[in-house]
Each structure stands twice: as C-alpha cells, then as structure tokens.
Design a protein around this ligand. Structure first.
Ligand code: UDP
Ligand code: MN
Length: 407
C-alpha cells in the first residue's frame, strides 16, 4: 500500500513535470495554496484516481454513473451564493422601471450595453516587470473601451476563497450580472490579452439568438473533444437566467482542493490532449458543452471569423506585414482583434510555457502595435514596434475614433 501510494505520487509529479515541459500545463504557476492542496490530498488523490479511472472506463458517457462520480469526487456544494431562478423576470421589471436611462438598455434599436470585465491577482507580481505588463494590458483595455464607449470593470479582489486564480472570473461575473441588470453582455478578457485592432467592433447583432460567444471551432470541441477547441481568455456572456445557470453548473469544477484535483483527472480522461493537472475553467466549459450538450450547446456560439481570442504565437511575427498591407478594422488574421499571450505568465516570470524573454519582447510589440493606432490620432507614432519612444507623425484622424456616440 505504502509503495503504491509512493508510485502514484511519483506518477502524479511526473505528469505535472511533463505537462510543464511540453507547454501543456496552461496553469503552471507556483502557488502555495495549490502545493498544500497537492500535499494534503496525495493519499486521497491516489485512492480517488484509482476509483475514477476504473469507473470512467466502465461509465464512458453514461449520465448516471458520471453524475454519481462527480457527486462523490467533486463536492456538491453550491459555490456562487444563493441560487437565483427568476432573473429574466427581474430584468424585465428593472427595464420597465428604468425606461429613461437612455440607450444603455437591452437589444433592439437601442445601443446594446456591454461591460468589459478583467482582473488580476490581489498581490504584487513576482517581479516588478510583471506589474508593468499588467498595467500595459490594462491601459490597452481602457483605450479600447474609451474609444468604443464600453464600460470596464477591473477586479483585483478575491471575491470567493473557494474559487481562486483563473476561476475567479466566475464569481466575479455572477456578482456583476446581479448588480447590473442594465448590462446586456459581459465580456471577460484575461489580463494577458491585448486589443490589437482598436477599430474593430463586436458584431453584436449576430449573437441575438445566443447567450455565450467563445472563440472556438465546432469540430475541435464536439467531434475531437479537444480541450483547446475553444479559449476562455476572451468571451461574451449574456446577462440572463441561462447564464446564471451555466455559471452554477460550471463553478463546482473550480473549487479549490480535492474537487479541483478530481476535476482535472476527469477532464484528462474525457478530453483530447489534456493532462491531469488541476481542473481549469476552459476544460470545464468544453466538458459541459459535450456532456450536457442539449443544455448548453444551442445557445453557445463558437466564433472563428475574427480573433475574439488570437493565439499570440501565430500573429506577432506578422505585425509589420500587416501594417504594410492592411489597416485596423478587419479583426481577423489581416489585423487581429485580440492577441492573447496564452502560456506566458507575465505576473509569474518563468513559470509559463514560453521563455519570459520571448513573451516580454512580443507583449511589448503587441502593445506598441495597438498603441500606434491610438497615438496616431494625436500625431505621434512609435517608429518601430520594439520601442516605447515616439516620433511626431501626421495625425490620422480616420484610423480609429469615437464612431459611436455614447448616450
Ligand atoms: N486572474 C484574476 N485573479 C487572479 C488570477 C488571475 O482575475 O488572482 C485572471 C487574469 O485576468 C488572468 C486570468 O484570470 O489572465 C486567467 O488566469 P490564468 O492563470 O490562466 O492566467 P493566464 O493563463 O491568462 O496567464
Ligand atoms: Mn490568459
């Protein structure tokens, strides 16, 4: 038994090491809470994994056994506070009472109210340079929102101790939804994502029949069951009952401790390319879309016609070519809307999947690429994408601008 425990723990450590080396450990940060969790649950984990693996083989996609498995391994605690079940009615009542609050309401002919939501950890980054990059991505988001009259909420508080780090977006969105019945869409964007097309706007009318919009591909999610078939670094979620229900269904996989470890193992068994690291929000969403397809898939739009999320590795080397050939406002590979530094950990230096030097160099370039679109309207430009210095330039008033008038 002792030997078995050791073997399992070793295996677990090896899996973690490999996942980091292969660049697949999306969440590879040194976190004291997580380390404690792993130590505390080493024995539990071994028992749990054995049970889970056997049952998973037997149960496949059978609903009953999967549910019982989750009930045991993933604590059946409601993590997001009191359940709300009449939110759509409450929002209708709110809209009726607040008819005079101008165009900041709902769909139809009025301007759809969108709030950008982002955040970062409550503590300083490991290195001062991390905080510098966080500030740059925040400035970039403020610029985009101010150009397009979008509200922005940036969170640095730990709202729910059971849902930490990348899971913190769930309690945050839940809280914001209930506090802002006037906001129709919440738009989560990771702190390590930059707007790189300052002119492009969300084709929001296209999503009239959907409650969630995520960058991703149908085949990768539903046929290949690939955990990177979509990306939860930038997504839209409508303020409605469906979304509250989705957050309720999504949250249990992210509870710190045993549940999150079990969730990681479950995702590793079900999803393609996913190793057994702690449960993450992206895998959980892919898992829910596949396993409870009838509930969630119909109202979830997988967007790939422009970069609602764009993987930095395939974009950043072409910025100069883009500037030669194209112009802002396209949003796709010709001029990407969002460039997301997946696998870089700006706040944690070398714990990411890519060397920090490479990340830092390219984040600076992405920032300047976007910043040029802002500065050019004021008559300045970065002479090249690697420098923070600027030169005087002919103002280009048409580049970006307040095309939509607020209010
Ligand atoms: N985040 C947060 N609070 C935290 C840690 C992370 O709001 O304490 C946000 C932050 O915006 C980050 C996102 O959650 O970009 C995803 O977290 P992850 O650890 O996956 O970071 P990334 O992979 O984006 O570097
Ligand atoms: Mn990210």
């Amino acid at each position: 038994m002792v030997l078995r425990v050791h073997l399992s723990v070793c295996l677990f450590v090896i899996v973690l090491m490999f996942s980091g080396m292969l660049g697949l450990e999306r969440r590879g940060t040194k976190d004291p809470d997580l380390e404690e969790t792993v130590q505390l649950t080493a024995t539990e984990f071994e028992e749990m994994v054995e049970l889970t693996a056997t049952e998973l083989e037997e149960s496949a996609w059978d609903d009953t056994s999967r549910t019982s498995l989750l009930e045991r391994d993933i604590l059946n605690v409601h993590t997001l506070g009191e359940r709300v079940s009449d939110w759509d009615d409450q929002r209708v009542a709110y809209a009726a009472k607040n008819v005079n609050s101008g165009s900041r309401h709902f769909d139809g002919k009025r301007r759809v109210n969108v709030m950008l939501v982002s955040g970062s950890q409550p503590m300083p980054c490991d290195k001062p340079k991390g905080d510098f990059f966080i500030l740059k991505t925040l400035k970039n988001k403020v610029d985009y929102c101010s150009l397009h009259s979008i509200d922005i909420f940036y969170n640095m508080a730990q709202l729910n101790t059971r849902m930490q780090k990348f899971w913190s977006k769930l309690p945050l969105l839940h809280t914001l939804m209930l506090s802002h019945p006037d906001v129709e869409w919440f738009w989560w964007m990771d702190s390590d994502a930059f707007f790189t097309d300052m002119k492009f706007e969300l084709p929001i009318e296209k999503y009239a029949n959907y409650n969630m919009v995520v960058h991703g591909w149908y085949k990768d999610v539903y046929e290949d069951k690939n955990w990177v078939g979509l990306n939860t670094g930038s997504f839209l979620i409508r303020n409605c009952q469906w979304s509250l229900d989705l957050l309720d269904a999504w949250a249990p996989y992210g509870q710190s401790g045993k549940a999150q470890v079990a969730a990681g193992r479950l995702f590793a068994n079900y999803l393609h390319g996913r190793l057994a690291f702690e449960g993450d929000d992206q895998s959980a969403l892919v898992y829910l879309l596949i396993s409870q397809r009838q509930k969630w898939a119909e109202k979830t739009f997988l967007e790939s016609t422009y970069f609602l999320h764009g993987y930095w590795v395939i974009l950043v080397d072409d910025f100069e070519k883009m500037m030669e050939r194209y112009h802002p406002g396209l949003g796709d590979e010709r001029w990407p809307f969002v460039t997301h530094f997946v696998g870089c950990k700006p706040c944690h230096g070398n714990y990411g999947s890519y060397p920090m030097d490479r990340c830092a160099k390219q984040m600076e370039r992405a920032f300047n690429f976007a910043d040029n679109q802002v500065l050019q309207t004021y008559g300045y430009v970065h002479p090249n994408l690697s420098t923070h210095s600027v030169e005087v330039d002919t103002p280009k008033a048409t580049n970006v601008g307040r095309e939509k008038v607020r209010g």
